[in-house]
Write a protein that binds this ligand. Structure first.
Ligand code: TRP
Ligand code: SF4
Length: 404
């Protein structure tokens, strides 16, 4: 793959924690389903990441991986549009993690904000392990291995993406400068052809001597169009523009998922650990029972006490699932006490079921056919490995691990 393709390459990962809930669906999966048609997407079930915190309790891990794969597929993540795979089935992630660990300063890991936070949050577990400290580097390896340009994540993950950028920069700085870099870069300019070569040199000069940022952009765009030079030369010329060495590992950009905070059964953010989640595969009976127990506006003690939807978590869910007519009916009915909370909840229940039923049907089909799911993941891992091997070959070479 050329560096140009990096801009179109998306990678994201999710820890296998079992069945997914509406928060995952609206916050992450719908976004992925959209991206898979526009980008070259790699979606990874990061089982090694799960082990960084769940190492003492890994008996359920493979079931969680299967459940997550089924939910992804049911939500519309499609193996014909995207590459779906399990991290541990692509052992190249481990090798890149190891190699990057040689150059990653300990202090960078210790100051990742989630390190102390998570240790405090999981205070019941001993997270003073090597693996847990290193997990942002494992995440960096996940991304850099595919030279992904774009990483869709939530805001909590931004420091990890920044960390991956720093690691890539340090790698390129250490290993991108060959002894005869300038000679090679000048030779590569020669291979661009007379006209393009001259244009490149002028743009580079304008950037380096006058700090002309537009010239830098133009020069990058120019390189992007060059199909006749080798990947190595292209990497040199990208680096040469800015005065550094080769760009071997690409610095990723985050794509922030649109804000979509899904309220849980108690009105707080939906999370499995908060016990307030509605799962994609909850049966009708489970759904009815969960809604039945949801708190409502405390002002509605009696059926004929009027209420205020703004104070009610049932309303928050209505806003996600019901149409305008139903929303109007809830507001009017609640404030005038012409509907009861039971009526209101049963309307919500039907709206939710309308959205979830087709998804559950697909989930059921995959669940019935685990071999199909396994083969989708195996094929995904093969595709991922092809990409990963290419990057690793270059990384090994750059680090001097060249025995041919
Ligand atoms: N650390 C991420 C999380 O906890 C999961 C993850 C692992 C990831 N590797 C990744 C996300 C690579 C994006 C890209 O949510
Ligand atoms: Fe909540 Fe609906 Fe009851 Fe109003 S009628 S308090 S919105 S459940």
């Amino acid at each position: 793959m050329s560096l140009n393709d990096s801009e179109r390459r998306v990678l994201s990962g999710m820890r296998p924690s079992g069945r997914l809930h509406l928060g995952h669906y609206h916050g992450v999966l719908k976004n992925w389903v959209r991206l898979q048609h526009e980008y070259d997407c790699f979606f990874c079930i990061v089982d090694w990441h799960a082990l960084t915190t769940e190492y003492a309790d890994s008996g359920q891990l493979s079931q969680h991986v299967m459940d997550m794969a089924v939910d992804w597929l049911a939500a519309g993540v499609s193996p014909s549009s995207a590459t779906l795979f399990v991290q541990s089935q692509v052992p190249e992630h481990a090798e890149l993690h190891l190699l990057l660990s040689m150059i990653c300063p300990l202090s960078w890991l210790e100051r990742v904000p989630s390190y102390k936070e998570q240790q405090e949050r999981h205070s019941g577990k001993d997270l003073s392990t090597y693996g847990f400290l290193g997990y942002p580097l494992l995440q960096a390896a996940d991304i850099l291995l595919y030279r992904a340009g774009q990483v869709p994540v939530g805001a909590d993950q931004l420091p990890h993406i920044e960390f991956a950028r720093e690691v890539a920069r340090r790698f390129n700085h250490l290993y991108g400068s060959e002894p005869d870099f300038e000679l090679k870069a000048e030779a590569a300019i020669g291979k661009l052809g007379k006209k393009v070569g001259k244009l490149y040199s002028n743009l580079r000069k304008a950037y380096q001597e006058q700090g002309d940022a537009e010239a830098l952009e133009t020069a990058r765009a120019l390189l992007k169009e060059q199909t006749s030079i080798t990947l190595g030369d292209q990497e040199r010329l990208y680096g040469y523009l800015e005065g550094g060495g080769k760009v071997i590992l690409n610095e990723p950009q985050p794509i922030l998922a649109e804000f979509s905070r899904v309220p849980g059964l108690d009105g707080q953010k939906m999370a499995k650990s908060s016990g307030n989640a509605i799962f994609l595969r909850d049966s009708d009976a489970e759904l009815e029972e969960k809604l039945r127990r949801m708190p409502t506006d405390p002002a509605r003690v009696h059926r004929d006490d009027p209420g205020e939807p703004q104070r009610c978590p049932v309303w928050s869910l209505h806003q996600l699932y019901s149409n305008d007519e139903q929303l109007h009916w809830v507001i009017e009915g609640c404030r005038s006490a012409s509907i009861g909370c039971l009526d209101c909840k049963s309307a919500l229940c039907s709206s939710l079921q309308t959205e979830l039923t087709p998804l559950q049907q697909r989930a059921f089909d995959y669940e019935e056919n685990p071999d199909l799911v396994r083969s989708i993941l195996a094929e995904g891992a093969e595709r991922a490995r092809d990409e990963a091997r290419n990057t690793l070959a270059e990384v090994r070479m750059a680090m001097g691990l060249n025995y041919r």
